[in-house]
Design a protein around this ligand. Structure first.
Ligand SMILES: NC(=O)c1ccc[n+]([C@@H]2O[C@H](COP(=O)([O-])OP(=O)(O)OC[C@H]3O[C@@H](n4cnc5c(N)ncnc54)[C@H](O)[C@@H]3O)[C@@H](O)[C@H]2O)c1
Length: 313
């Protein structure tokens, strides 16, 4: 089986390649323009790199035609970035996803696994979020992922593609040094002795899921034929204040910088966590790593990779 992973140099992509290799999937091609990810993220792993952008039509067409399964992770990934530049977000996330589907249709390819998102699509809603809730994105990022899901569904209905839209919650883990998401940002602040910034009162909740739990499900989905939208998280809420308490236990009170509260940011959802019962029942999703264990492993990785990743390039 030949697997194409867009955005494979990124956080989730590099962990996915490691997990795929462990499961004996070695015929893997990465399409990544190194906008964010770096080749060193997949050092020692079995995967070929094609350094190109999603918008390089001929290269993408050639890759789609020569692979069996496509995992589409490359994207403009941040809520705040999408608010600053919605046009770029639209082109990267919507037009490129549509382009991939069109190329799959043209070449008779069937299987696409798409990285979607939970809270950003559903917007403010009473958690737990499930797949049946109306979508009311509050940011261009959420809207772009919703548009992607719409096209996946349409290409299933009209052209028989088998597509999965996996709505990841807040993924954390090793390999996230370059990320601005809260766990990575806090561990970097601890390493640098910078204050931990909390936007709002810290009582906002998120659903933190360890990256291996997500990647195990993705690997399992290479060779199955289910389609649909699935929430993938831990299924439990954790407030930012609770997260800070756990981080303090792991890094030690003496190493803990002060916490500084800032005004709440526009476009961010206040309370969220997801209901994972559909993914558990239909596709055997089974997250096993506790938040405490995952944080401990992530902190150890940050400590041991600080020298390598603490540089801009
Ligand atoms: N990390 C999370 O918590 C989370 C949560 C929900 C959804 N997601 C989604 O999962 C996917 C992967 O996220 P991640 O955290 O690994 O992000 P990441 O930024 O670490 O990885 C994204 C990769 O895509 C590449 N890329 C970006 N634009 C590209 C383009 N135009 N052409 C080619 N490559 C391009 C980047 O260089 C990077 O290596 C994204 O689609 C993201 O929206 C992530």
């Amino acid at each position: 089986m030949k697997i194409l992973i867009t955005g494979g140099l990124g956080f989730i992509g590099s962990n996915l390649i490691r997990k795929a290799n462990e499961a004996n999937f070695t015929d893997i091609t990465v399409l990544d323009n190194e906008l964010v990810g770096r080749e060193k993220h997949i050092d020692g792993l079995q995967a070929k790199l094609v350094k190109a952008s999603l918008s390089d039509d001929e290269i993408v067409d050639d890759l789609v035609s020569s692979h069996d399964v496509i995992v589409h992770l490359a994207a403009d990934t941040t809520v705040m970035g999408s608010i600053e530049n919605p046009q770029y977000n639209f082109e990267t996330n919507v037009i490129s996803t549509f382009g991939l589907l069109e190329k799959m249709r043209a070449h008779g390819k069937k299987r696409l696994l798409f990285a979607s998102t939970g809270g950003a699509i559903t917007g403010e809603a009473e958690p737990p979020l499930d797949e049946t809730m109306p979508a009311r994105p509050l940011s261009p990022y959420g809207a772009s992922k919703l548009a992607g899901e719409g096209y996946l569904s349409a290409y299933g209905g009209s052209f028989g593609l088998q597509t999965c839209a996996f709505r990841f919650s807040n993924v954390f883990g090793p390999g996230s040094f370059h990320k601005g998401s809260v766990v990575a940002a806090y561990f970097k602040s601890v390493l640098n002795g910078d204050p931990l910034l909390v936007y709002g009162d810290g009582e906002q909740t998120r659903d933190f899921i360890y990256v291996d739990d997500i990647c195990d499900l993705l690997v399992q989905s290479f060779s199955t034929d289910y389609s649909g939208v699935y929430q993938l998280g831990s299924g439990a809420p954790t407030s930012v204040n609770e997260l800070i308490g756990m981080i303090e236990k792991i890094v030690g009170t003496d190493n803990m910088p002060k916490v500084v509260n800032k005004p709440k940011r526009a476009g961010e959802v206040e309370k969220t966590y997801c209901d994972i019962s559909k993914a558990r029942a239909e596709i055997g999703y089974n997250p096993v790593v506790s938040l405490e264990d995952g944080l401990q492993t992530t902190w150890s990785w940050f400590l041991s990779h600080r020298e390598v990743f603490d540089k801009a390039a």
